[in-house]
Every structure is written in C-alpha cells, then in structure tokens.
Ligand binder design. Structure first.
Ligand SMILES: Cc1ncc(COP(=O)(O)O)c(C=O)c1O
Length: 375
C-alpha cells in the first residue's frame, strides 16, 4: 500500500461544503481583501494563540518581514537566526538590509537555546528570531532571559507551530511578536498562501504592523513610511476560519501517530535511528513534521528504501542556511555550525498527517525496521 508523505484532500473535503457556501457569499458581496473574514480570523487566532493582537498577512514570510520592519530593523543591524530552518527566517533579515547571524542548534530538539543565542550577541544585535522547528517550542525561557538581559526584542518564528505549547504557554506568548504561516502543508493550512503576525501586548506595535501591511498608509493615500503589500485575502481567511475549530483534533491525530511510532520503533539503537524527543516541560509538540535522525551515512539509503516501497518521506532541510550560495558573502565556513550540518545530513521526516490510518503507519514502520534487518 503506498503511503504518501502528506495527503491534503481528505482534510480539505471535511470543510469543502462550508467553504463553497462561504465562497458563494463572498462572490455575492464581492469584497475580496481585508474584510470581515480577515477581521474575524485575526480575533480567533489571537484568542487561540493567547496574543493580544493579530494581523492577517499574505504569507508567513511577509508576517516575519512586517515584524522586522515594525521594529525598524535595517542596514547595519544584526538579527540572530538558526541556520537549520526554512530559508524565509533568514531571507527576511537580508530583505530589510540587515545581517543574519547564524547559530547552531540543540541536537535534542533541533532548536536554539539561550546559551547559543547569548554567544552570538554583539553590539550590533537588534533582534532574536528563534524558530519552533517541526512543531516543538525552542528554549523560550532561556532565550527570553538572554533577550531581557540585553534589552533585545524577540520575534518567534512559529510558522510550523501554531498551537505548540510549553512552560504553561503557547507559541506566540513569549516573544514581542510571532509569525505564523498558513501555507497549505501546515497543521492549519489555507487554500493558497496566507500568514499572520501576532503581537504579544504592544498596541502601538500592532498598529504599526497594520499600517506596514498596506504600504504604510493611514488614512487612505497618506503614506507615513514605505511599507509593503502584505494583505490577506478574504477567501483564505474564510477557509482558515472553517478549519480552526478542528485544529486541536488534528494536532491530537498527529500526536497519536507520533506516540505510536515512538513505541513501534523503540528497539532501534541510536546508531541506527534516533527518534524525535518531546522534551519541553508542560509541552505540546504538534508534529508538523515527525523527523528522525539516521546517523552513519545511511539516511539516503533509508530514504531510497522507503521510496522503492511507495512510502513518502522528505528531507527538511538538506542544506544549512550558512552554507547557502546567497549567503556566501557573509563568510561562514563549513564546520562552523557542526550540529546544524550534522542534522542536515541525518534528518528524515516521515508521514504523520492526521488522516493516516493505523495500517499506513504500520507499513512505514515495517519498512524502516526491515531496512535495519529487524521486524
Ligand atoms: C520555519 C518557517 N519559517 C517561515 C516560513 C514561511 O512561511 P510562508 O511559506 O507562509 O511564507 C515557513 C513555511 O514555509 C517555515 O516553515
């Protein structure tokens, strides 16, 4: 039985009737951008994530870009970011003319720690952007303590982690601002691109993000600063509002599959495969990805073995950002961030979407165990 890495159709079928009905009303009203659905979604996400303000954006990338712009970060500034993440986290820093300063990761979580952030601070540091990679929170108490000590703002990259929890809080309740992505493969996915910037408690900062979203304009045709077009579509907002009530049950579906994999694959030794660890106290890993490590140069062999058997799997991410050609002028060398470089060689993400059946995950587990000569 083939097992795709991800299948969106069954989940989207669950909201199809509601979305079609909403779309019909939208066409009748013909108000397509920044309308009642965007306003409603902003209120619902701000309540769900526990942040005081939320601003609907055109993508997660634009949500991060607007956050940096609202903090006034630009040429000559440095922003601390992980090297092992999706490109956008660092791309937006360069986009505002600032310099991404790459840090290594904690191998237990793939995420940044307070100590790693602290070691990268210089007099030019203007912000810290931790990423909650794969659905688990970074060491936010440690990072926030370092930020407070140095008086630096924190932008959480929760593009993969809306609803992730730890230390009694949710992604979005730690940093000054937080970016979420609703790219279709996220746990809460739109029918196209969409994102959100949440602002923890600062109403003036929220107002600035709102203004930046519409070319720095307020009121109409009065431009106080050069912003961007970061507007969210009404259609995406209505899709996301139809899905949001189901999000917690989808998180639980992923967590059930993850717990099952952890038990079924528990006999694998650390030199065969290392399973993801949920280490955050009072945590809820939402498993946007279930990512194992395969050390000893066998990762690509396992990937080929799974693919031959029709099992989807993927490498997030095969190249660290400090080794990307576009960042060569920053002067990083291979070997400088060893844990990130090791992760890029070892990681393999397995199917973990909520609609997967028990028979499908058994197929994945049997194929992995077979590769290592086990049953
Ligand atoms: C960690 C991370 N940061 C940023 C983004 C950018 O989000 P988007 O694709 O919505 O622009 C993504 C998603 O793709 C992501 O996974």
């Amino acid at each position: 039985m083939p097992v795709p890495m991800l299948e969106l159709a069954p989940q989207n079928a669950a909201v199809k009737a509601r979305v079609l009905e909403g779309l019909s009303g939208l066409i009748d009203r013909s108000s397509f951008i920044l309308g009642d659905n965007v306003k409603g979604l902003e209120a619902e996400i701000s309540a769900y994530a526990g942040a005081a303000h939320a601003v609907g954006m055109s993508s997660g990338t634009d949500a991060q870009l607007a956050a940096l712009m609202a903090l006034g970060i630009g040429a000559g500034d440095e922003v601390i970011v992980p090297s092992f993440t999706f490109f956008a986290t660092a791309g937006v820093v360069s986009r505002v003319g600032a310099k991404p300063v790459f840090i290594d990761l904690d191998p237990a979580t793939f995420n940044a720690s307070g100590a790693l952030v602290e070691a990268a601070i210089t007099p030019r540091t203007k912000a810290i952007m931790p990423v909650h990679l794969f659905g688990q929170l970074a060491d936010m108490p440690g990072i926030m303590a370092v930020a407070a000590k140095h008086g630096l703002p924190v932008i959480e990259d929760a593009c993969q982690s809306l609803g992730a929890k730890g230390w009694g809080k949710s992604a979005g309740q730690f940093g000054d601002m937080t970016a979420y992505s609703f790219y279709p493969t996220k746990n809460l996915g739109a029918f196209g691109d969409a994102g959100m910037t949440a602002i923890r408690d600062d109403a003036a900062l929220a107002a600035r993000v709102r203004r930046i979203r519409v070319h720095g304009m307020e009121p109409v045709y009065m431009h106080h600063e050069v912003g961007m077009n970061g507007r969210m579509d009404e259609f995406q907002a209505l899709v996301l509002r139809a899905k949001l009530p189901m999000l917690d049950s989808w998180h639980e579906g992923r967590r059930t599959h993850a717990a099952w994999y952890l038990e079924r694959l528990q006999d694998l030794t650390p030199d065969e495969a290392v399973l993801p660890q949920e280490v955050v106290p009072e945590g809820r890993h939402i498993y946007n990805q279930f990512t194992i490590r395969v050390p000893g140069g066998r990762r690509d062999g396992l990937q080929a073995h799974l693919r031959e058997r029709g099992i989807g799997c993927a490498i997030y991410y095969p190249i660290c950002l400090h080794e990307q050609p576009c960042f060569a002028p920053l002067g990083y060398q291979t070997g400088q961030l060893p844990e990130s470089e090791r992760a890029a060689k070892e990681v393999l993400s397995l199917p973990v979407y909520p609609e997967m059946t028990p028979a499908m995950r058994e197929e994945v587990a049997v194929a992995i165990l077979g590769f290592f000569g086990r049953s």
